[in-house]
Write a protein that binds this ligand. Structure first.
Ligand code: IPM
Ligand code: MG
Length: 379
């Protein structure tokens, strides 16, 4: 019997559908050559489904998804819906429900792809960002308080804030403010940091860089730093360093060759990987894996839904195809995963088939076709 995998497909919004089609096309081609099969199970979740039914993603759907080997996700976001609704209700809901505590984002400049960094090439830009994916400011704890409608805790926060900042007695003053709380747990730090060190070992890398802002956000990131130091002591052969998040933004641009594996709290990881995407040639080339090493993982391009390009067939599907290669690796098809990445590299190196973002005028589907041709040629 052939090996087979059940893959849940959520195309999502905007360009999500067209890029996922290319990804599926490529993964199908790889599976044919490698002798395994995919069973694709499509889910309609996204803006349209929400507007029609009011469902973001239900517990029932999540339970169903739990039975899949992996989730292949397009992109989310629609101008008709207030920011945050779909992101929290669908994408973050899945990251949290499946406890996908690692967001693995390779930052690798492939040959043939221009980088905006003068004097830097593929040898200089090749590292992985391991973003914590379930904690920090993403936990959704916060609120908005006004006047006297406050709980005891809120009153405490507001009282401290106002008396320190403005010297005001909050009981008597009318006030309005919003707050958001970031949470960093020992377990949350340990598991993602261990993943980063193990990844370094697996890839033969020598250094892990930890990102924080321990000089200002001392509670949360001071703790992050403390746990990192402890975990690092279990890996004496790996060199370590700390970078403040603002500094690493500067160094990514100036000396990207310094980095091998970077581990970052959720929000900083989000921010630095958009920068990472730009130095590797743009958002159209940046994949990500939301990984639970013992559970269901989800693979997606890191870019958004680019609504204005929807159905135009001009978007670059490479990030999604690359995310598909990561999915193959995750389900255990390492050979196929490498072949897909080799094929992507061959198409980019050759350079005649490329989308608008890379200075070409090929269609989204032509890029998928070119990758498929390369895969067939590799066997
Ligand atoms: C990302 C995105 C998401 C995030 C949004 C869409 C919720 O920016 O995957 O990087 O902030 O994690
Ligand atoms: Mg982001």
């Amino acid at each position: 019997m052939k090996r087979g995998y059940n893959i849940a497909v959520i195309r999502g919004d905007g360009i999500g559908s067209e890029i996922i089609s290319e990804g599926m096309k490529v993964l199908e081609a790889a599976s044919e050559r490698e002798g395994f099969e995919f069973d694709w199970i499509e889910y309609p979740h996204g803006a349209e489904h929400y507007l029609e039914t009011g469902e973001l993603i239900s517990e029932e759907t999540l339970k169903e998804l739990k039975r899949c080997d992996a989730i292949y996700f397009g992109s989310i976001g629609d101008p008709r819906i207030e920011p945050g609704v779909l992101e929290q209700g669908i994408l973050l809901a899945m990251r949290f429900y499946f406890d996908q505590y690692v967001n693995l984002r390779p930052v690798k400049l492939l040959e043939g792809v221009p980088t905006p960094l003068a004097g830097k090439g593929p040898k200089d830009i090749d590292f992985s960002v391991v973003r914590e994916n379930t904690e920090d400011f993403y936990v959704g704890i916060g609120g908005r308080v006004k006047g006297k409608e406050k709980t005891r805790d809120e009153l405490e926060i507001v009282r401290n804030l106002y008396s320190i900042k403005f010297g005001l007695d909050i009981e008597t003053d009318a006030d309005e403010l919003a707050y958001q709380i970031g949470v960093v747990t020992r377990e949350g730090c340990e598991r993602v940091m261990k993943f980063a060190f193990e990844l370094a070992i697996e890839k033969g890398k020598k250094k892990v860089t930890s990102v924080d802002k321990a000089n200002v956000l001392t509670h949360g990131y001071g703790f992050w730093r403390e746990v990192f130091t402890e975990i690092a002591s279990e890996y004496p052969d790996i060199e370590t360093e700390f970078n403040f998040v603002d500094a690493i933004c500067m160094w990514f641009v100036k000396n990207p060759e310094w980095y091998q594996v970077v581990v970052a709290p959720n929000m900083f990881g989000d921010i630095i990987t958009d920068l990472g995407a730009m130095i590797q040639g743009g958002l159209g080339l940046a994949p990500g894996g939301n990984i639970n090493p013992d559970g269901v993982s989800m693979f997606e391009p890191i870019h958004g839904s680019a609504p204005k390009y929807k159905d135009k067939g001009v978007s670059n599907p490479i990030a999604t195809i690359w995310a598909g290669a990561m999915l193959l690796d995750d389900v255990g098809e390492k050979g196929a995963s490498e072949k897909v990445l080799d094929a992507i590299e061959a198409v980019l190196r050759e350079g005649t088939v490329r989308t608008y973002d890379l200075g070409g005028n090929s269609k989204t589907s032509e890029v998928g076709d070119a990758v498929v041709r390369e895969i067939r040629g590799l066997y």
